[in-house]
Design a binder for this molecule. Structure first.
Ligand code: PMP
Length: 417
């Protein structure tokens, strides 16, 4: 029995359901071909517990951006660890990193640190309600903002009351946004918008300028907060916010939630906000036993500074484009219809002939890639990191070529060549 299989069996006995959440590999039908446990990572590579090596396009579902054990980040975290990490109040690093974030992010007049993306999205909503004294939260159908009752994708253990003030609209459809808002104009606390549409198994989409403008106007007209959920995309597309790359709209959010990539794997999240919402933020009760833990704050500061210095988003864009162009050419060669969407730094590869929820071609493609040492995901946003090399992409492309050949043969596609 492989070590992975033994660990899974042992896990089943002591953790309900085997493993929580999206990292449970059985959840998307990947359980039979994907390792659950990993032993180490270096550069753009990860090793599973049975010693198999993969070129990694998932990066821990987003937190790793510079590469595992980045020397600058580790030195900063270690220096902080040597002084102690949790005190009766914060270490001065809190002020240093707060000033850095406020200087970096154009809409930010203040920042509030926590640990997980859900902490940050939940705080955004609480701050919006605190500032506006209103209740309704507009969010896009199918968007993911965290795993607590107000926003969890599962309704298990969630009451109707938990969702009583959630109102849904369609992402990028300003008619639907305004129609959803119409019955609630006098009770609108916030409009929550993902940095870009990155729903599981769906075509990824950048927000349209007209949509962002409509959301901004709705908030300006009603006093509601425009919230951008940058948890997944933040610091990968543009250091100052994903919407900065959408041309011709001039829209900035009032509040934004950040996490994942901001500290290269250390647990850190934050909310940024403008002065209109400063008092609302000051009035909420926000705290956590680990929220001032200083090694993660130091790691965050070092990560953000390095991403700015090396222009991380540009490098990830280059690598992602090389991967995308190569795969598109291979798909044409094998006659396999594919759809690659999302910014090149955060791709998703879907097969339009797959039925939603079944992902047959997607699973064969990813399974064949996994077998040959490339870690991909059939439905979730993937992550292209600064630490990948051009050679990693070239090696990965050899594998995707072979994986697409298997898809072509298995599903009867004919090469156009
Ligand atoms: N928002 C988005 C867009 C996310 O992708 C995630 C995490 N996948 C969250 C919020 C929640 O973050 P966390 O899991 O750190 O609580």
């Amino acid at each position: 029995m492989s070590l992975d299989a033994t660990l899974r069996k042992d896990t089943d006995a002591v953790i309900p359901g085997g493993l929580w959440g999206h990292q449970n590999v059985t959840r998307y039908g990947m359980g039979d071909y994907t390792p659950q446990f990993f032993s180490r990572a270096k550069g753009g590579r990860v090793w599973d517990v049975d010693g198999k090596e993969y070129i990694d396009f998932m990066a821990g579902y987003g937190p790793i951006v510079l590469g595992p054990n980045d020397p600058d980040v580790e030195a900063a975290a270690q220096a902080q660890r040597e002084t102690g990490v949790v005190f009766n109040g914060p270490s001065p690093i809190l002020v240093e990193v707060s000033k850095y974030v406020v200087d970096l992010i154009p809409h930010a007049d203040w920042v509030l640190f926590s640990k997980n993306g859900t902490d940050a999205t939940t705080q955004c909503v609480t701050i919006a309600r605190s500032a506006t004294k209103k209740r309704k939260v507009l969010m896009a159908k199918g968007a993911y903002h965290g795993a607590v009752p107000w926003c969890s994708p599962s309704l298990v253990g969630v009451t109707a009351e938990d969702r009583a003030h959630i109102v849904l609209y369609d992402f990028n459809d300003h008619t639907s946004l305004l129609a959803a808002a119409k019955p609630h104009l006098s009770d609108l606390a916030c409009v929550l918008v993902s940095a870009f549409k990155h729903d599981l198994g769906r075509t990824h989409e950048m927000p349209a300028a007209a949509f962002l403008q409509a959301a901004r106007k709705l908030c300006d007209d009603t006093g509601a907060a425009l919230i951008c959920d940058e948890v997944r995309a933040g610091m990968r597309i543009h250091m100052q916010g994903t919407w900065e790359v959408v041309e011709g709209h001039g829209v900035r959010p009032d509040l934004a939630a950040w996490s994942k990539a901001v500290a290269n794997g250390y647990p850190l999240a934050f909310v940024t906000g403008n002065n209109k919402f400063r008092k609302g933020a000051a009035n909420i009760y926000a705290t956590g036993s680990f929220w001032t833990e200083s090694a993660s704050l130091a790691a965050g500061l070092a990560t953000m500074k390095k991403l700015v210095r090396i222009d991380g988003p540009r490098r990830m864009h280059e690598l992602g484009t090389k991967l995308r162009d190569g795969i598109n050419e291979q798909a044409r060669k094998w006659g396999v219809p594919i759809e690659q969407s999302g910014p090149p730094q955060m791709p998703v590869i879907l097969f339009p002939d797959d039925k939603f929820g079944k992902w047959e071609r997607g699973h064969v493609f990813v399974k064949e890639a996994m077998k040959r040492g490339v870690y991909m995901h059939p439905t979730h946003t993937m992550f292209v990191n600064v630490c990948l090399t051009d050679k990693d992409i070239e090696d990965a492309l050899k594998v995707t070529d072979a994986a697409l050949e298997v898809v072509a043969k298995q599903f009867g596609y004919r090469s156009s060549l």
